[in-house]
Design a protein around this ligand. Structure first.
Ligand code: CAP
Ligand code: MG
Ligand code: MG
Length: 474
């Protein structure tokens, strides 16, 4: 052990020492959920003292050692097991028996980014990465209906799924809303979503919105000969109302596959996300992360990273979550962070900021492992067969300030097309209107697929030409 570490250990009190083991033999032995925090101590503590206090408060402890402890309760202590003094990083291992049995994400958050974010003993505490042992993954749902199922329904394979958010964000009546959706679909778009505050507003009653969207979709399918998808925001005041909204959509006669359920996963909470996943395994669960910035923005010293949020969304069973535009769009977010998050929710194995996460248990037979790796690489439907004991993928949803001109730059950064993109202003602000905006998006995507520069492609595609002129100027 480093001399510096030994000096720090000497400063710990008895209670703090119970939450430390810098010689933990094998943190990946399956017993622990592993975390890495950026930590700046407060209240004149040193980093190790503060880390031990965090481990205590986020597992079994409080500010003093209590006489009610038992030998078993001590086994449930979280342990600080690694330090990086230069980068102000601490690694904490949580025995995962601490967590509610039955795959409860809300419970994990309450421990590891719960009270600790409010402690006086830290000036900065950001959860940067997390690692789930395979044995723990088996207890969590993971996604059921995936982007591959949506691709099959839409018959769209080797390109991103092209979507929009109806704009203005709010204020259209139910029928006006549906007309905008129709125009986008008629222009060639695949996917339309409610915006994150859509609910049952007096000027846009939910039941009417659902009814008119159904009519608009039927007409668009008939006119284009292509399947379409609509993502309905089912976030509500209580679970009964949320489920009522889901049932209203199902009962409106939509074809299975043609509707998704959008949930404002941060403001409505993990329970809402998991309720949808468990009640509706055959529906695409769309996690909108409005308010995540309060936790994830790099300027904020407290909270958790986009990567952490995205990994938990996959664990919870979201079919897709917004992972950011990697600096290309209007929202804050850096390329590395967003792309790392997107890759971690898509692939069977992916490198995070600190941990490489494998989303399944290593199969017992070598030939199974080879088959698994092969199927993962070819992006086919993997892990449907339960015996693989792996977790399905969650798809990145790319949104926020995008427009047809930005499609290729984003794909280049992402290095694949396995995502849904939704462009609001980037479609409806097109000088020719929504339908022309949709056409421009489709044309930008065709140009990408053919490997032709959009400027060149736009010579024969006027909607794309107008989009380039309009959006490049802005
Ligand atoms: C995009 C959007 C999304 C944001 C959320 C909006 O519209 O609908 O809510 O993308 O951010 O209202 O801004 P525009 P993120 O295409 O018109 O920008 O996806 O990063 O969570
Ligand atoms: Mg308490
Ligand atoms: Mg929005």
């Amino acid at each position: 052990m480093l001399e510096k570490h030994q000096l720090l250990i000497k400063t710990l009190n008895e209670k703090q020492k119970a939450y430390l083991n810098l010689n933990l033999p094998n943190p990946r032995n399956g017993e622990y959920l592993l975390t890495v925090f950026h930590l700046i101590p407060g209240e004149k503590l040193n980093i190790l003292q503060a880390a031990a206090e965090v481990a205590a408060e986020s597992s079994t402890g409080t500010n003093f050692k209590v006489d009610t402890e038992t030998p078993f309760s001590r086994e449930m202590n979280a342990l600080v097991y690694q330090l990086d003094l230069k980068r102000e990083l601490v690694w904490i291992a949580y025995p995962w028996r601490l967590f509610d049995r039955g795959g409860n994400i809300q419970n994990i958050f309450t421990y590891i980014v719960g009270n600790v974010l409010g402690m006086k003993q830290v000036n900065a505490l950001k959860l940067l990465d997390v690692w789930f042992p395979p044995a723990m993954l088996e207890q969590y749902d993971g996604p059921s209906y995936t982007i591959d199922d949506m691709r099959k329904y839409l018959d769209v394979y080797d390109r991103p799924i092209l979507g929009t958010i109806v704009k203005p964000k709010m204020g259209l009546t139910s029928s006006e809303y549906a007309e905008v959706a129709y125009d986008f679909w008629a222009g060639g778009g695949d996917f339309v979503k409610n915006d994150e505050p859509q609910a049952n507003q007096d000027f846009c009653p939910y039941d009417k919105m659902v009814k008119y969207v159904k009519e608009a979709m039927d007409k668009a399918v008939k006119d284009t000969g292509k399947k379409k998808v609509h993502s309905f925001n089912v976030s509500a005041a209580d679970f009964d109302t949320m489920v009522e909204r889901c049932e209203m959509i199902i009962n409106a006669g939509f074809e299975p596959g043609s509707y998704a359920f959008l949930i404002d996963g941060i403001t409505a909470g993990w329970m809402a996300v998991q309720t949808l996943r468990r009640k509706y395994p055959d529906v695409f669960i769309h996690f909108h992360r409005a308010a995540h910035g309060a936790f994830t923005r790099v300027e904020n010293p407290l909270g958790f990273s986009v990567l952490v949020l995205s990994k938990f969304a996959r664990l919870a069973g979201a079919s897709g979550i917004h992972t950011g535009t990697a600096g290309v769009g209007k929202m804050s977010g850096n390329p590395e962070e967003d792309v790392v998050a997107a890759h971690n929710i898509q692939y069977f194995t992916a490198k995070g900021h600190f941990f490489e996460q494998s989303w399944g248990k290593i199969p017992e037979k070598d030939e199974d492992a080879i088959k698994l790796v092969h199927e993962d690489l070819t992006h086919l439907l993997i892990l449907e067969d339960d015996s693989w004991r792996g977790m399905k993928k969650c798809c990145p949803i790319i949104s926020g300030g995008l427009n047809p001109v930005l499609l290729k730059p984003f794909i280049d950064i992402m290095n694949n097309t396995n995502f849904i993109t939704t462009m609001g202003a980037g479609v409806h602000a097109h000088p020719g209107g929504t339908k022309a905006g949709a056409k421009a998006l489709v044309q930008a995507c065709e140009a990408y697929k053919k490997g032709i520069d959009i400027e060149k492609y736009s010579k024969k595609h006027s909607e794309l030409a107008d989009a380039i002129k309009f959006f490049s100027k802005k």
